[in-house]
Design a protein around this ligand. Structure first.
Ligand code: 13P
Ligand code: SF4
Length: 306
C-alpha cells in the first residue's frame, strides 16, 4: 500500500465506521491530511464537545483523549498510540493537590489542561495555553494556585500582575530544552527572522521572543505576518507545518532538540489500524472521575466565553 492509498483507506473507513479524527497541531503532516479537525488543546476540547460521530480518535497524547471522554462519556474514545502520554500531565498527583489546598485555603486551583483526569477531579478550573490569560483574569478569586507548569504560570502571572498566583515546580520537558543561548544563536544565524515561542518555554526564553502563544496562535501569527522569516520555539513539527502553509516564507527551528517523543509516536499506520478496528486503545474512566473532572473543564469553557 502506498502512503496515498493508506490515506484514502483511512478516509473511507472513518466515514464507514462513524469516526471523527482529531489531530493535535504537533502531529505529522500525513495525519493532518486525514484529520477532521486540527488544533491546539483548547480548540480540540471544544471540538470534542460538539463532534457528531459516535467514535472519536484522538491523535495526540493521553490527557487529550481523556478530555474528550470527560466531555463525551457516551462516545467511544480512542487514543492513537497506547504509549503516547505527556510527562508533564503526570508530574503531580491528587494527594499533593489536596495537601496544597490545605496549605493555601481559599485559593482557586487552576490546572493546565495537560493533567490527568484523576488530577482534574480535585481542581477548580482548567486552562490551556491559548486561554490561560483570559481565564485566570476572569476568575472571581484573586488568589490562584497554578499547576503544574511554572513556566506557563509565570508568563500568565507577568501578564496579569493584579492576581496573586502561586507556582509549583512542574513543566514540559520538551520546551525546557530550549535555552537563551539557542535564542542568541538562532538570531545571529537568521538576523531578519522574528522569534515565536510557546509559553511552556522557560521565562528567560519567552522574554527574549517577539511573540509567545499556543501552537495555533503561533501558526496564525506566522501566516498573517508580513515578515518573511521566522524562528519557531515550540515542537519542531510546527516548523514543517508552517513551511507547507507558507511556501513563500522561511521557518527555522529555535532548537533541534525541541521534539516531543510522545507526540511523535503516532504514525499514519496507527491511524489506519485504529479506524479499521484492528488495534484499539479505548479510554475508559469511571462515572465519578468523569463527573468530578468535568467541573474544571466546564469552568474553563464558562470563563473562556465571558
Ligand atoms: P497547546 O496545544 O495548548 O499549545 O499546548 C501545547 C502542548 O504542549 C500540548 O501538549
Ligand atoms: Fe507534554 Fe510537552 Fe509533549 Fe506537550 S510537548 S505532550 S506538554 S511533553
Amino acid at each position: 500500500m502506498t502512503v496515498q492509498e493508506m490515506k484514502n483507506e483511512i478516509i473511507r473507513l472513518k466515514k464507514e465506521n462513524d469516526i471523527c479524527i482529531l489531530a493535535h497541531a504537533y502531529q505529522s503532516h500525513d495525519i493532518f491530511e486525514v484529520a477532521d479537525f486540527i488544533g491546539d488543546s483548547y480548540g480540540l476540547s471544544e471540538k470534542a464537545a460538539s463532534a457528531k460521530e459516535k467514535t472519536i480518535l484522538m491523535c495526540g497524547v493521553r490527557f487529550m483523549a481523556e478530555t474528550v471522554k470527560i466531555l463525551s462519556p457516551e462516545k467511544t474514545v480512542l487514543l492513537s498510540h497506547t504509549d503516547a502520554g505527556c510527562p508533564m500531565a503526570e508530574q503531580m498527583d491528587k494527594e499533593l493537590i489536596l495537601q496544597l489546598k490545605e496549605k493555601y485555603p481559599g485559593y482557586t486551583v487552576a490546572a493546565y489542561i495537560n493533567t490527568t483526569a484523576e488530577l482534574k477531579t480535585v481542581c477548580d478550573v482548567c486552562v490551556t495555553s491559548s486561554s490561560a490569560v483570559k481565564i485566570i483574569r476572569n476568575i472571581e478569586n484573586d488568589n490562584i494556585l497554578f499547576i503544574p507548569d511554572c513556566n506557563l504560570g509565570e508568563w500568565v502571572a507577568d501578564t496579569i500582575p493584579e492576581k496573586n498566583i502561586k507556582l509549583f515546580n512542574g513543566g514540559c520537558p520538551t520546551h525546557l530544552r530550549i535555552s537563551p543561548a539557542d535564542v542568541k544563536r538562532a538570531r545571529a544565524a537568521h538576523p531578519d527572522a522574528i522569534v515565536l515561542v510557546h509559553p511552556e518555554c522557560r521565562p528567560e526564553v519567552t522574554k527574549m521572543a517577539d511573540f509567545a502563544g499556543s501552537t495555533t496562535e503561533i501558526m496564525d501569527y506566522a501566516v498573517k505576518s508580513e515578515h518573511k522569516e521566522f524562528i519557531i520555539g515550540t515542537e519542531n513539527s510546527i516548523v514543517e507545518h508552517l513551511q507547507y502553509s507558507c511556501p513563500d516564507k522561511l521557518f527555522f527551528a529555535l532548537s533541534k532538540d525541541c521534539v516531543c517523543h510522545n507526540m511523535r509516536l503516532t504514525t499514519l499506520g496507527d491511524v489506519y489500524n485504529a479506524v479499521s478496528g484492528r488495534v484499539r486503545e479505548e479510554i475508559s474512566l469511571d462515572a465519578e472521575t468523569i463527573k468530578l473532572a468535568k467541573h474544571p473543564i466546564d469552568e474553563m469553557h464558562r470563563l473562556g466565553s465571558m
